[in-house]
Every structure is written in structure tokens, then in C-alpha cells.
Design a protein around this ligand. Structure first.
Ligand SMILES: Nc1ncnc2c1ncn2[C@@H]1O[C@H](COP(=O)(O)OP(=O)(O)OP(=O)(O)O)[C@@H](O)[C@H]1O
Length: 261
């Protein structure tokens, strides 16, 4: 259950071992080790440029690390085939709405769902007749309250619903681990909790094992994380259960300090 923090470090779903990343001479990640276990919601926090997105990029196989290794379900990520990884249960919320603005909500979800279970893009043409995809689309849309907007152009959705569609598209892959990069960025304070509650409830209903979240909003971090990892200058400077994290004044001042959002 996602709301129950359980480190489960012995049997991680996703694990980085001593991962470093260089862009030329610039070191963006310095020997970062990190694991995410079943039931965890792990937030990655830190000032701008700390290496949070780079870490997620290496964890999802988008960029192989310069040194170190990443393991998903105990298997080393051998290549950077993110499509293959997503069908195996490692999913990341992409901004599909920006990529395919002319698709309806139904079609956007179908693009994501068509990757699930080895189904391929060419099935898109037939998705209305394809029971498997149709069911995933309907179930996912319902879980996110998007079922009344299925035939609306995704680019015509209000901002909050677009963010939900991004997350819903990732969940249509039935991931074991879901990685999210600021899922409520640009959403009003009034709406952000609703979006978080909707996505967490949907993730739980769809048996997502763990969530990793890059997040600047410390209010959301404190409300929803079971564990918090702080980064600074490419290094991990803290990794602790949420309640302990907020007692560490030194780390907190770095995370929420000058230069942060
Ligand atoms: N492709 C790249 N080439 C060179 N440097 C890069 C590249 N991608 C990121 N960097 C640098 O690596 C550092 C870490 O960037 P990253 O985007 O991972 O930080 P972040 O913590 O996610 O920041 P933010 O909170 O601003 O999104 C930054 O200094 C950034 O400029």
C-alpha cells in the first residue's frame, strides 16, 4: 500500500549503485546510491541544478550513467531502451499532451496503453476495436476523472486536467515504479492537492509498487512522501524518512535556500 512507508531496502524495486554522471568536464552526479522499495513514495529534493532530473534520467534508462549501475527488479539496466523498460514496469510521466496536441484524451491514453503488454503502435488504428486497449483507456480515464472528457482534444483540457492526463498516460502502462517530475507544476494551490490525491488513489488502485517524485514544493513533499532524498551539487546529502528529514535544519536550509523555486 502506497501510503504506508516501508523502506524495503532489502528488496528494492529500483536501485542506483554508486552512479556518477558527467557532461564533459562537468560532474552532474557524484557517486549516488539510492533504492526505492515497495510501498514507498520517495521525493527527490534540492536546489536548482542539484542533479535531480539527471538522477531520474539515469534511473529510467534515458541516459546511462558514466560510472555505476542501475538495477530495476534486480536486473541491471543493460541498455537505454526506455520503451522496453516502460513495458516492463518502469514508467515516467511524459508530457504527451505537448508531444501530440492534436490527439483526444482517448487517443492519448491509447498511445500509452498500446505499449502495455507488448502491444505496438500499429494497433493504434484499431484501438476502438481492441478490447484490451479500450478497457485500459476506460479504466485509466475513470481513475483520473477523465472519463467525461475522453473525446476532448487533450490540448483543450484545462491545465490541471492536462497534468492528470500526463500521469494517467504513465499509469496506463501499469508500472511497478512510477517516476514523476513535478506533477503539479503550474497548477494553482487550490488544485494541487486534488491532483496529488487523485494520482495517489489511482496508483494504489492500479497496484503501482512505488513512486519517485522530483518536487520543489515542500508542502507537497511533507504531505505525501514516505522518504525524502536531498541532493546538492550532484551528491546525495540526505536520505531519511519524512518525519526525520524535517528535523534536519542544515539540509532544510540548503533545500529551500536561495536560488530554489
Ligand atoms: N545535457 C547536459 N549537458 C550539460 N550540462 C547539463 C546537461 N543536463 C544538465 N546539465 C547540468 O547538470 C546540472 C544538474 O542538472 P539537473 O537538471 O539534473 O538539475 P535539477 O536538480 O533537476 O535542477 P532543476 O531543479 O533546476 O530542474 C546542472 O548544472 C545542469 O546545468
Amino acid at each position: 500500500m502506497l501510503t504506508q512507508g516501508n523502506a524495503a531496502q532489502r528488496d528494492p524495486l529500483l536501485e542506483a549503485r554508486d552512479v556518477s554522471m558527467r557532461y564533459g568536464d562537468f560532474i552532474a552526479l557524484r557517486n549516488v546510491s539510492l533504492s526505492v522499495g515497495k510501498g514507498e513514495i520517495v521525493s527527490i529534493v534540492g536546489p536548482n541544478g542539484a542533479g535531480k532530473t539527471t538522477l531520474v534520467n539515469t534511473l529510467t534508462g534515458l541516459f546511462p550513467p558514466t560510472t555505476g549501475e542501475v538495477f530495476f527488479l534486480g536486473n541491471k539496466l543493460a541498455d537505454n531502451d526506455i520503451v522496453k523498460l516502460s513495458t516492463q514496469g518502469l514508467a515516467r510521466a511524459f508530457q504527451l499532451v505537448n508531444i501530440f496536441p492534436d490527439l483526444t484524451v482517448r487517443e492519448t491514453l491509447a498511445v500509452a496503453a498500446s505499449s502495455y503488454g507488448g502491444l505496438r503502435w500499429r494497433m493504434m488504428q484499431n484501438f476502438r476495436r481492441n478490447d484490451t486497449i479500450g478497457k485500459i483507456v476506460e479504466d485509466t480515464a475513470r481513475a483520473f476523472g477523465l472519463h467525461t472528457s475522453l473525446d476532448v482534444l487533450s490540448s483543450a483540457l484545462p491545465h490541471g486536467k492536462r497534468k492528470l492526463l500526463d500521469v494517467a498516460s504513465a499509469l496506463a502502462l501499469h508500472p511497478k515504479v512510477l517516476l514523476l517530475d513535478e506533477p503539479t507544476a503550474g497548477v494553482s494551490t487550490a488544485d494541487k492537492y486534488g491532483i496529488m490525491e487523485t494520482l495517489l488513489a489511482a496508483a494504489e488502485r492500479m497496484n503501482v509498487g512505488a513512486i519517485m517524485l522530483v518536487e520543489h514544493d515542500m508542502d507537497l513533499v511533507s504531505r505525501y512522501s514516505t522518504r525524502i532524498v536531498a541532493m546538492q551539487d550532484g551528491a546525495k546529502i540526505a536520505d531519511s524518512p519524512a518525519e526525520e528529514f524535517f528535523k534536519n535544519e542544515e539540509v532544510l536550509s540548503i533545500v529551500v535556500g536561495k536560488g530554489n523555486h
